[in-house]
Design a protein. Structure first.
Length: 301
């Protein structure tokens, strides 16, 4: 609600207050205070709405508030904000980049609510915008990756592979994207395993593992990659190599907080491989560890 004192302010003064509120919201968002940033973005929006010619600023307030809502799990609120922002942007010149960002954000929020087909549509339109805009390769790569996730959820695995590979190809030409490249490779490997294309999966996991070994704070991802590589080795009948990868993964999981389920799954994989090689007592010991750590493991990923 507008402060009664604002009725006496000139449009220029209201605009200054709006800009101050927007800057405050930006700072709050950047420092991880999403709930407070939404309040500040809303305050800025109310102020801007009193000044003619501020449609772009109003759209920015809505889009940014939408991002904060989405991060907090308020996906419906995020969608409402994004859609109003997009309506503003569509009526404004030279906002193709903003429209693309807003559409990509809509895709993310729809994904979070399992509205996969509309999500794909939003990503597709966003990509059409991005491809006509210079300097948007990172956003294109992110959009392709997220659309790949969506297609995978829909069971459209071959299409998902295509988008992950396109995202990977873009990232390989961009500095500082090693973590995203590795994530693309992991997802590609998971799909290839699902399609029983194990030799291909092994190749991409090996590349992902090299990337993760060079990245800081990637112990969990590295452990997951080692465990997945073990699963592929096992599927290929290379059980001793599978055991080596499983054990490396388990060593990492033991030092990671909150990894009980992963440790149990890895121990279960070791138990299975040992059993198949005739080492039944060792297999039983690892199976018992599985039950102690996490009573209902699901095996591999």
């Amino acid at each position: 609600m507008t402060d009664p004192d604002e009725a006496d302010l000139s449009p220029e003064e209201i605009l200054r207050e709006a800009e101050t509120a927007f800057s405050k919201a930006d700072r709050l968002f950047a420092t991880g205070h999403q709930e407070k940033s939404i309040i500040a973005f809303t305050e800025a929006l109310e102020l801007y709405s009193q000044v003619e010619g501020t449609e772009r600023q109003q759209a920015d307030c809505l889009n940014n508030a939408g991002v904060a809502f989405n991060m907090l799990g308020g996906h419906d609120e995020a969608l409402d904000a994004y859609e109003v922002a997009l309506d503003f942007y569509r009526d404004l010149p030279d906002t193709e980049r903003q429209q693309a960002d807003c559409l990509a954000n809509i895709g993310d929020a729809l994904n979070a609510t399992k509205c996969y087909e509309p999500s794909l549509t939003a990503y597709s339109v966003a990509l059409d915008f991005y491809r006509g805009l210079p300097g948007t390769e990172r956003r294109q790569a992110e959009c392709l990756y997220n659309a790949g996730v969506t297609l995978n959820e829909l069971g459209r695995h071959e299409e998902s592979l295509t988008l992950y590979r396109k995202s990977l190809s873009l990232c390989q030409h961009l500095p500082g994207t090693e973590r995203r490249q590795a994530s693309c490779l992991i997802n590609i490997g998971v799909i290839l395993c699902r399609l029983e294309r194990y030799e291909e999966a092994l190749t991409v996991y090996e590349v992902a593992l090299r990337l993760y070994r060079a990245l800081p704070d990637a112990e969990r991802e590295r452990a997951d990659c080692l465990n997945n590589t073990g699963i592929v080795m096992y599927a290929l009948g290379r059980r001793e190599e599978a055991l080596d990868y499983y054990r490396q993964a388990l060593d990492l999981y033991r030092d990671l907080p909150g990894s009980e389920r992963d440790r149990a799954a890895c121990s279960y994989n070791i138990s299975t491989a040992l059993h198949k090689t005739g080492r039944h007592e060792e297999a039983l010991a690892f199976y018992q560890q599985t039950q102690e750590v996490y009573p209902q493991p699901d095996g591999g990923r």
